[in-house]
Design a protein around this ligand. Structure first.
Ligand SMILES: [Fe+2]
Length: 190
């Protein structure tokens, strides 16, 4: 197994989460009257993106992968690692904006559905592009230079802290449930 295989697996899960966010945010913009029904699923999408995509996934990259790359002479002050770190920060701010818009939507603020859809689309586009760069450029580079065994040990410790008693399986079941709920809503008759 390559050093970055677990991160690639998480990228596919994050893309599924982004698909659910895209669908739900689109519905909130189109039908603000549905906001009370959509709010719990949108809140779950934000919680999963914060916990799974940011804390667990970006956490492993920032605390383990990027330092291993730095030890091999790549970054973190410049080059691809600096770009990835900056994009993680921009993504955090954009996800906070999605959460703020969701709070406004729940409070019945006018225009909150459009705000939510706009920030969700910006976040989703940023993260999809970020993932593509990691898969195509950074991870193949990492697989050449980092020690897979040492990285796996760091990842296991980080996952235990990030996922807690639910474990990875519990978090990924929540992703499955959200994706199914978002699909069900999208295909439900009007
Ligand atoms: Fe990543």
């Amino acid at each position: 197994m390559s050093a970055t295989a677990l991160l690639v697996h998480e990228h596919r899960q994050i893309e599924r989460l982004l698909g659910a966010l895209d669908r739900l945010a689109g519905q909130a913009a189109e039908a603000p009257g549905d906001a009370p029904a959509l709010a719990p699923a949108l809140a779950e999408a934000v919680a999963l993106l914060r916990g799974y995509a940011d804390r667990a996934h970006h956490g492993k990259e920032e605390d383990h992968l990027f330092p291993a790359l730095a030890a091999a002479g790549l970054g973190p002050g410049e080059g691809p690692v600096a770009v990835m770190l900056e994009e993680h920060e921009v993504g955090r701010r954009e996800l906070d904006a999605v959460a703020d818009a969701l709070a406004d939507l729940r409070a019945g603020a006018p225009g909150a559905g459009e705000d939510l859809a706009r920030h969700a689309a910006a976040y989703s586009a940023l993260l999809r592009d970020h993932i593509e760069k990691e898969d195509a450029v950074l991870f193949p580079m990492a697989d050449e230079v980092v020690d897979a065994g040492a990285l796996a040990a760091g990842f296991a410790a980080a996952d235990a802290a990030a996922f807690g008693p639910e474990g990875r399986a519990g978090w990924e079941r929540r992703i499955d449930a959200l994706v199914a709920a978002a699909r069900g809503r999208a295909s439900a008759p009007a």
